[in-house]
Design a protein around this ligand. Sequence first.
Ligand SMILES: CC(C)(COP(=O)(O)OP(=O)(O)OC[C@H]1O[C@@H](n2cnc3c(N)ncnc32)[C@H](O)[C@@H]1OP(=O)(O)O)[C@@H](O)C(=O)NCCC(=O)NCCS
Length: 180
Amino acid sequence: MKYLQCFKTHLDTRMPAEEIQIDLAVQDDLPAINDIYNYYVDHSTATFQEVHETLEDRDRWFTQHGPRHPVVVARRSGSVVGWASLSEWNSRSAYSQTGEVSVYIHHEHHRLGIGRRLLEEVIERARGLGFHTLIGGACTEQTASIGLQESLGFHEVADFRAVGYKFERWLDVKYFQLML
Ligand SMILES: CC(C)(COP(=O)(O)OP(=O)(O)OC[C@H]1O[C@@H](n2cnc3c(N)ncnc32)[C@H](O)[C@@H]1OP(=O)(O)O)[C@@H](O)C(=O)NCCC(=O)NCCS
């Protein structure tokens, strides 16, 4: 009984699936995508970018993605609360079946199951597009990112020391891989 109560409490932190809508991103979503991301530029080692992404940069990024590298968004009551993307891992042609995943959830909407749904969507789309394997990176401070990737079957494949420097400290990075 005690176990069941704990389990119920755990489930209650999740939103009903119908409250979140997952869509392919469209041009109009770019300001929201960018605002979500730039919060982490300012406040987090989730990204090693240190200067805001401009809307022009974001526009170029979106255009470069195209149908083989989808960008998906999560909407809640019509507003974008998170996004995820599949990107080229390396531009050399022999890497074309390897993708890199990214996912960013609005900082006020964490731990509601949105990151998992978005990353699952990207994984399924990557399978459908014939990708062979996916790679995700995370600063070792980013326990949420590491937890999310591991919970979806990504395994650690690389562990780099002091490859980033942000907020006046050296940062370690791990890479994770999922075979599709
Ligand atoms: C990482 C991130 C995308 C997770 O999204 P989220 O919607 O908050 O996560 P979810 O609620 O979908 O959690 C799914 C699983 O991820 C793991 N997880 C999520 N947050 C966690 C945390 N703070 N600590 C440990 N594990 C965590 C858990 O395994 C969780 O499953 P559970 O809740 O059943 O235990 C979100 O924290 C985020 O946007 N962080 C900043 C950006 C970032 O680090 N992006 C990843 C690198 S590209």
